[in-house]
Structures are given as structure tokens and as C-alpha cells.
Design a protein. Structure first.
Length: 523
């Protein structure tokens, strides 16, 4: 036999592991444990190869399975009884020279017996404790082996074949395993021949009700050997194909895929352009962009006043602290260091982005999208902080028109000072009784020194008012620009550190349908 079927099963097991990873926290704990057990059991079974076929005889107390076990083996290996359980621990008969020590170690079987197999070479036949035993440990053994062996042979007592516990706990639960289960109507010698057809039909109806429409049912008797040859022929067929272990794993995968089928979800479009802009705006809020923009604008006006204000009162502005020095994340002189992040606003922005992207996904999946949105939170806060400080650092530059305005202010200040000095000189001359009429020119009846002083002061004050208005407009424009630049700085952070993770998680969720098809062997 080629390795292709085994390779395909390995791929399906890997895909099941992917499904569990994607659906972590969504699948209920019991189903998750069963799926993990399928992966674990199948992986171990495949490592032991398919050269040996493991078959277990299971049945109720008094069903005669131990007697049948001994008859197939050809030796009295298993103790037999009628009224009470006699098999307290699983026993295995290993047919032929093929070694199965590591496999039996994994199965946890201590009692092992080598048998000259003949036609049954390559068979490991296990006699299980009774599934209805009053001993809890017996039932636990049965439950464990039911999940591990390649083929289950249910030995049905003609008086107990309709047992509700047997059908609900085991047979119905293994409805996907019809190809790896065989049912025996044992001790058929106790049933009158004319009643056997009705008994068989009733048993088949019960199995069909459990979801087994094409089950294999053999009538056997350990007393007269009826049906034993047919049973051995079935065993030989399974041994020769060497597919029984693979068929069992295939059935396990089909069953767990059916249990996980509710994970299939419609495709989600993912974050839209509008939702992306909403996230960027939220990140900007969390980074304090509105406050930073206002402070940068105020600092612009402050610097403009220091450069272009009236020279005689400009010193008053120097008494005020640079507004950037009051901004968190800068030093005393306004040099940017590290901008703080409002964690509550950041939480809200990430939650909103996840909820927008998730659409109508159920709450359990929504929680996973929220986790994905915050997966790289540490990197995000660092990028937000550095983005803000970078913008603040760039916005400490002066406007080009400040130099011209400062020159004009100095010019008129010089004119005012010249007029004041001229008037002071004239006053000194008058105090010295020196005539000043010849050194005091006039313009339209006004002394020129007076015109220089008043004109320089008035023009300087008016110019200060005008440049103040211009600086106020520039302050608002700079604040808007800072807000836009911060949002621009945060675009790549929003894409790379939030939305990419959200999209990746949504793509994984959307892939679940195809993954489950692969697990079930449908693709």
C-alpha cells in the first residue's frame, strides 16, 4: 500500500489543528477536548504504522465475548463466566510474528499473548471488560479503547441487544464509524431458528435508528461455531487491506468535523475605508492630537509675538513660559520627548475598529477580533507616541513672514527712538537757553521730531495688532495642520499594527468552511 492515504490523513489532522487554533475560545471545552484527542490518538496510531490491525471485542456482561475471544485465538486465554464480569482488564492476543510491543504499550495493555496466526497474521485481538460492569474502572477502560482501536466488534446478547445505554452511549455516538464496526448477534444457538429472522430485522432497525444504515451484522455462536468462520473472513479481509487503522482515523475526523460544523460563517468584507478613517481618528484622539494641535497653535502665536511684537513691550512676552513647555511629552523649553497615550481612549478606538470590522459575527468571534485588534498594542502605543513627537518637533519652526515683520517693527521703533532723542535734545538746548527754532523743522505745522516719535509709536502699535491678527489665523491653520499630520503619521500604524491583524483573523475565520471540508475528507 502507498503512503498517499496516510499523508492525506496527516494533512487533514494538521488542518483540524488549524481549526482548533482559529476557534480557540469559541468551541466549547468538551468538543475541543474531543478534537484534541482525535489529533493525539491519530498521530500516535499513525506513528506505529498500519502493518498491524487492532480489533477489540466489546460487549455486556454475559454476552459471551470472552468465550468467543478464546475460540478465535484457539486457546483459553481470557477467563469466562456467565453471571458476573470476569474480564477486569483488557487482554490482547497478537497473531503472527509481527511485533506490536510499542503499539500495545501505547494502548496500555499489560496482558499480551503471542499466537500462531496463520490467516490472521497481523491481527491484535483485544478482549475488553464489560461496558455495563458495575466497576467504574471497567467502564472507563472500555470508553478509552473505544476511542483508540481500529475496529470494534460489538458482541450483542440476544436478550440485551436493545440495551438503551449501549445504543445511546456508544453506538449512536459512533454513527460515523459504520465502516470500522461489526455487530455480532452472539449466542444465536439459544434462539429458535424460526425467531432468528425477526430478531435480526429488529436489531438492524435499531442500528439504523442509531445512524448505521449499512452496518455489518453477523450471527455467531461460540458453542457450535456458527458464524465464526464468517467473522474470521471479515477479520482476514481487514488485515489484508491494511486500511483499518486509516479508516478509523478517517471516521474520527468525519465525526469531529460534523461536531464543528457550526463554526462555518459567512465571509466578512473586512474594514472599509470609512472604518479605517474612524480608527485613525480614534488613535489621534488617544494620542492627544486635539490638545497637542491647540498647544502647538498657541506656541505659534507666542513665538510670533516674540518675533514680530512691538519691540518696547516684547520683553513682557518673554516672561511667559513657552506653551510647548506645558505639553506633556516635552521638556521645559518645548523640545519633544515622549507623548503620553490615553489608554482608555485607545481601548475604545481598538474596540470600535474590531466591532466595525466584525459586522454581525457572534459574540464569541467578536471577542477574537477584539483580541486581534489589540494584539500589537505595545508597538502601537510606541508608534503613536513617536508619531506625535515627530510632528511637534517639525512644528517648532518659524514662519517666513516673521522676519519681514520684525524688520518693519525695528524700523519704526528706530524712528520712534530717533524722534524721542531729537525731542530730548531740543529740550536740553532749551534748558541751556539755546534757540531751537532753526533746528526744529516742521511738516505741515507739526514738528518733525514729534511726528517721528508719534508716528513710530502708532505705526508700531498698529503693526503689532495687525501681525497679531495674522498670527491668530496662522495659529489656527497650524493647529489644523498638526492634527492632520498626526493622523497621517498614524495611518501606517493603524494599517500595520491593527487592521492587518484584524484582516488576518477575519480571513482565518472565513477559511473555516474549507478547513472543515478538508477535515471531513470532502476536498
Amino acid at each position: 500500500m502507498t503512503d498517499r492515504p496516510q499523508t492525506q490523513l496527516t494533512t487533514r489532522l494538521d488542518r483540524l489543528a488549524d481549526v482548533l487554533d482559529i476557534a480557540e475560545g469559541v468551541v466549547d471545552a468538551a468538543t475541543e477536548r474531543r478534537a484534541a484527542a482525535v489529533i493525539d490518538n491519530a498521530s500516535h496510531r499513525l506513528r506505529h504504522g498500519t502493518n498491524v490491525t487492532v480489533v477489540a471485542l466489546a460487549g455486556a456482561t454475559g454476552s459471551g465475548k470472552s468465550t468467543l475471544f478464546n475460540q478465535i485465538v484457539g486457546e483459553e486465554i481470557a477467563p469466562t463466566g456467565v453471571m458476573r464480569p470476569t474480564t477486569s482488564e483488557a487482554r490482547a492476543a497478537v497473531f503472527g510474528p509481527e511485533t506490536a510491543e510499542s503499539l500495545l504499550d501505547w494502548l496500555g495493555i499489560r496482558h499480551r499473548h503471542g499466537v500462531d496466526g496463520g490467516r490472521l497474521d497481523g491481527l491484535v485481538l483485544i478482549d475488553l471488560p464489560d461496558h455495563d460492569s458495575v466497576e467504574v474502572t471497567h467502564r472507563m477502560q472500555v470508553d478509552r479503547f473505544v476511542e483508540l482501536v481500529d475496529t470494534l466488534i460489538w458482541v450483542l446478547d440476544p436478550q440485551k441487544y436493545a440495551d438503551q445505554v449501549l445504543h445511546e452511549r456508544y453506538i449512536a455516538a459512533l454513527s460515523h464509524h459504520g465502516d470500522v464496526m461489526v455487530f455480532l448477534l452472539h449466542q444465536i444457538d439459544l434462539i429458535p431458528v424460526e425467531q432468528r429472522a425477526e430478531l435480526r430485522d429488529d436489531a438492524i432497525k435499531l442500528l439504523a435508528a442509531d445512524g448505521l444504515d449499512d452496518s455489518t451484522l453477523v450471527e455467531t455462536s461460540a458453542v457450535n461455531g456458527e458464524g465464526v468462520a464468517e467473522l474470521e473472513a471479515l477479520l482476514v479481509q481487514r488485515i489484508e487491506t491494511r486500511r483499518t487503522a486509516l479508516d478509523r482515523i478517517d471516521a474520527d475526523l468525519q465525526r469531529i468535523a460534523a461536531e464543528l460544523d457550526s463554526l462555518r460563517l459567512p465571509a466578512i468584507a473586512g474594514p472599509s475605508v470609512r472604518q479605517r478613517q474612524r480608527l485613525i481618528a480614534g488613535l489621534a484622539e488617544a494620542a492627544g492630537a486635539p490638545g497637542v494641535a491647540d498647544v502647538v497653535g498657541e506656541a505659534y502665536r507666542h513665538r510670533a509675538g516674540l518675533r514680530t511684537g512691538w519691540p518696547f513691550t516684547r520683553w513682557i512676552g518673554k516672561l511667559r513660559r513657552n506653551p510647548l513647555g506645558n505639553l506633556a511629552g516635552t521638556d521645559a523649553v518645548g523640545r519633544p520627548t515622549a507623548a503620553p497615550i490615553d489608554e482608555a481612549r485607545l481601548d475604545l478606538a481598538l474596540k470600535t475598529a474590531a466591532d466595525d470590522a466584525a459586522g454581525d459575527l457572534p459574540p464569541a468571534w467578536l471577542r477574537k477580533i477584539r483580541l486581534a485588534a489589540g494584539l500589537r498594542r505595545g508597538e502601537l502605543t510606541e508608534a503613536m507616541s513617536s508619531g506625535v513627537t515627530a510632528v511637534v518637533g517639525l512644528e517648532t519652526s518659524n514662519a517666513k513672514w516673521w522676519g519681514f515683520a520684525a524688520f518693519v517693527q525695528r524700523l519704526f521703533a528706530f524712528i520712534a527712538i530717533a524722534g524721542a532723542l531729537w525731542i530730548l535734545g531740543l529740550w536740553a538746548l532749551e534748558w541751556l537757553r539755546v534757540p531751537t527754532d532753526t533746528v526744529t523743522p516742521e511738516y505741515r505745522g507739526w514738528p518733525v521730531p514729534t511726528l517721528l516719535l508719534i508716528g513710530g509709536v502708532v505705526v508700531g502699535l498698529v503693526l503689532s495688532w495687525v501681525v497679531g491678527l495674522v498670527a491668530a489665523v496662522g495659529s489656527r491653520r497650524r493647529a489644523r495642520r498638526v492634527r492632520g499630520q498626526i493622523e497621517h503619521q498614524l495611518e501606517s500604524a493603524a494599517d500595520d499594527l491593527v487592521l492587518d491583524s484584524v484582516r488576518h483573523e477575519l480571513e482565518r475565520i472565513a477559511r473555516l468552511g474549507a478547513d472543515l471540508d478538508m477535515v471531513a475528507g470532502m476536498s
